[in-house]
Design a protein around this ligand. Structure first.
Ligand code: TZP
Ligand code: MG
Length: 213
C-alpha cells in the first residue's frame, strides 16, 4: 500500500547528525512527530547507503513512517526502502518507476516553472519544492524561490508537495498557506542537541498552522 504523509519530512544528513547516529536521530524524530524520512548521503556510496539504510529499516519497523532513499536506486532496492527521491540531474522518473514498480513512492525535486511543467503526474507521487531560502546544507542549490515561488509551483504541479530549504518551525504557516502539504528539513532537526524536541517543536507549529488555516 502506497500511503505517505508529507507533513514533517526529515532529510537525514550524516554530516549534520554528527553527535547522534542516523538511527538515533531518526527514531527521536519519529517520536517527535516526523512523518517521513529520507536517507540522503552524498558521500557514503551505494554500499554505505545500503548498510545504514538496512539499519534504519530495521529500527523503523512498525512505525508506519516510510523510508525514502535519495538518488541511489540500487541502494533503494537493496534496502527494500519505501521509495526513491530524485532530482533533476538524477535518474529520470520513468526509469525509476520501471525499476521500482507501481507500489513504491517516487519523489521529484522541482525548483522552477520550466521543470514544474514537465512533471509526469502518472509517474511521480510527490514533489519537493525549493529551495525556499538559501541554505548552507546544500551549497550547490538553485536560486531561492521564497513562498511566492512555492505557491506558484504548488499550483502548477498539482501533486502532493513538500517545501524545502532553510525551513524551521516558524515557516510551517507560510508553507501551508502557500499550498504545500508539509515542510522538509535537515538542519532544523539533524544536529540539534535534542532532535526529538526539535521535531516536536516543528510538529506543534504545523498543528497550530493547520488550526489557523
Ligand atoms: N534540497 C533543497 S534545499 C536542501 C535540499 C536537500 C537542503 C535543506 O536543508 P536545510 O538545513 O533544511 O536548509
Ligand atoms: Mg539528487
Amino acid at each position: 500500500m502506497k500511503s505517505f504523509d508529507l507533513s514533517l519530512y526529515l532529510v537525514l544528513d550524516p554530516d549534520l547528525c554528527r553527535d547522534h547516529s542516523m538511527v538515533e536521530t531518526t527514531m527521536a524524530a519519529i517520536a517527535g512527530g516526523a512523518t517521513l524520512i529520507q536517507l540522503r548521503d552524498k558521500k557514503a556510496g551505494t554500499e554505505g547507503l545500503i548498510r545504514v539504510g538496512r539499519e534504519l529499516m530495521r529500527a523503523m519497523e512498525g512505525t508506519n513512517v516510510p523510508l525514502i532513499v535519495n538518488d541511489d536506486i540500487d541502494a533503494a532496492i537493496a534496502i527494500g526502502a519505501h521509495g526513491l527521491h530524485v532530482g533533476q540531474d538524477d535518474l529520470p522518473s520513468q526509469i525509476a518507476r520501471d525499476r521500482l514498480g507501481p507500489d513504491k513512492i517516487i519523489g521529484l525535486s522541482i525548483e522552477s516553472e520550466d521543470v514544474a511543467q514537465k512533471v509526469d503526474h502518472t509517474i511521480v507521487d510527490y514533489v519537493g519544492i525549493g529551495p525556499i531560502f538559501a541554505t548552507a546544507t546544500k551549497p550547490d542549490h538553485k536560486p531561492a524561490i521564497g513562498f511566492d515561488g512555492l505557491e506558484k509551483l504548488v499550483r502548477m504541479v498539482g501533486l502532493p508537495s513538500v517545501a524545502i530549504g532553510g525551513l524551521k518551525g516558524e515557516h510551517a504557516l507560510p508553507a501551508l498557506e502557500s499550498g504545500a502539504d508539509g515542510i522538509a528539513v535537515v538542519s532544523a532537526i539533524c544536529g540539534q542537541p535534542d532532535p526529538k524536541q526539535a521535531t516536536a517543536y516543528i510538529a506543534q507549529k504545523l498543528k497550530s498552522a493547520r488550526a489557523y488555516l
